[in-house]
Design a protein around this ligand. Structure first.
Ligand code: SAM
Ligand code: DTB
Ligand code: SF4
Length: 322
């Protein structure tokens, strides 16, 4: 348990529901107050994503265009060569990203894949950027190898509540995800863990996802909050879209529950207005995925994001865990 009483790991459903139910202005005020106590309120950290291995994934995640089981219009690509990855990282750096996140469509990597990823991590670090990878489930030895290779962050999402999880994914369990997260944490790698909303889950599921995240032994240093990107061919295509106000409330509640974590406004920004994103920053989001592409789907153009930052007086900054 943390020595800081503001950092809690004992959140209960009724109190999280009470936060969600606050009048919007009261909730945003509370979240912004917590935000200002812990961060520079006008600073947003920016991470760029690259899909280093695309498609043909054996898992059945119902939201994901990269699953081999669904007929999305995607061209699979083998693991990229290291030099091509470093070129993309340099471009992301030149555009202003401080962290480079490399994602692979694997259930779990092979040991030889991890060796190639370690080369990528070392090359990206040499460019002066922070590194993050998301490769699926890991063994103890693979986790240790990534730590030894200098990896800064590992992204592995819980995606939704434990109850709703089996509606979305059947090929690996919630416990599998918790086990990987524990391995990453125990190896001393920073944890990036969040979820997706807008998958047809209930209010209780959203509250329970945030409870799972906040009640981990240590809060994830980064918490990506993704709005489902609906992709043709995936089972979740056609899901009723989530009220944007509930999305903003989710950001605010995450900020209150995990006061020192970077809350990242993640997938789905391409379908959000500038005004909605401004409200997300007001609610405590202080990180984005930046660059014209997420992994396989579109993200806002970099010049649009830079113009938005300018209009909001927001600047990009460091990513240290307060
Ligand atoms: N294959 C690895 C895994 O699943 O752990 C790493 C890559 S996977 C694409 C990383 C995360 O992207 C998923 O856990 C999910 O949260 C998010 N994601 C994937 N497709 C998405 C979509 N259509 N909309 C929103 N988030 C999505
Ligand atoms: C995360 O939480 N969101 C990112 C990153 N971690 C790897 C991925 C979003 C993917 C959106 C769908 C796509 O572009 O394929
Ligand atoms: Fe595979 Fe990851 Fe997509 Fe699931 S989310 S299908 S594990 S790439």
């Amino acid at each position: 348990m943390s020595a800081n009483p503001a950092i809690r790991h004992d959140w209960q459903l009724d109190e999280v529901q009470a936060l969600y139910a606050l009048p919007f202005n009261d909730l945003i005020f509370k979240a912004q107050t917590v935000h200002r106590e812990n961060f520079d309120p006008n600073e947003v950290q920016i991470s760029s994503l690259l899909s280093i291995k695309t498609g043909s994934c054996s898992e059945d995640c119902g939201y994901c265009p990269q699953s081999a089981r669904y007929d999305s219009d995607l061209t699979p690509e083998a693991l990229m060569p290291v030099d091509a990855v470093l070129k993309a990282a340099q471009l992301a750096k030149d555009q202003g990203a401080s962290r480079f996140c490399m994602g692979a469509a694997w259930r779990q990597p092979k040991d030889r894949d991890v060796e190639r990823v370690v080369e990528m991590v070392q090359g990206v670090k040499a460019l002066g950027m922070e590194t993050c990878v998301t490769l699926g489930m890991l063994t103890d030895a693979q986790t240790a190898r990534l730590k030894e290779g200098g990896l800064d962050y590992y992204n592995h999402n819980l995606d939704t509540s434990e109850d709703y999880y089996s509606e979305v994914i059947t090929t690996r369990t919630y416990q599998d995800r918790l086990d990987t997260l524990a391995r990453v944490r125990d190896a001393g790698i920073n944890v990036c863990c969040g979820g997706i909303v807008g998958m047809g889950e209930s209010d209780v599921d959203r509250a329970n996802l945030l409870i799972e995240l906040a009640n981990l032994p240590k809060h994830p240093e980064s918490v990506p909050v993704n709005m489902l990107v609906q992709v043709e061919g995936t089972p979740l295509m056609g899901t009723e879209s989530l009220d944007p106000i509930i999305f903003i409330r989710t950001i605010a509640v995450a900020r209150i529950m995990m006061p020192k974590s970077r809350v990242r406004l993640s997938a789905g920004r391409n379908n959000m207005s500038d005004e909605m994103q401004a409200l997300c920053f007001l609610a405590g989001a202080n990180s984005i995925f930046y660059g014209d592409k997420l992994l396989t789907t579109d993200n806002p153009m970099t010049n649009h994001d830079l113009a938005l930052f300018d209009r909001l007086g927001v600047y990009s900054g460091g990513s240290s865990y307060a």
